[in-house]
Design a binder for this molecule. Structure first.
Ligand SMILES: [Zn+2]
Length: 68
């Protein structure tokens, strides 16, 4: 074992998960983590959140009510 799970310790130092992360923060963190480090797999729950996030992002892209 070992070669697959390579930890990027520097990245972890520079990118700590916030204490009470929101969904968006967790998604952002795990996406960046997957790109930069392979110490552990993305949890199933995060994958689902990302899928949901993609769907909602698409929905929000529609023009219309910008209340500012
Ligand atoms: Zn890692």
């Amino acid at each position: 074992m070992g070669q697959m799970s390579k930890i990027n310790a520097e990245w972890h130092k520079a990118n700590r998960m916030p204490k009470n992360p929101t969904k968006a923060e967790r998604i952002t963190w795990h996406r960046a983590h997957a790109a930069h480090c392979g110490c552990r797999e993305m949890p199933e729950s995060i994958r689902k959140l990302i899928e949901e996030g993609i769907n909602t992002a698409r929905g929000k892209q529609q023009r219309g009510s910008s209340r500012r």
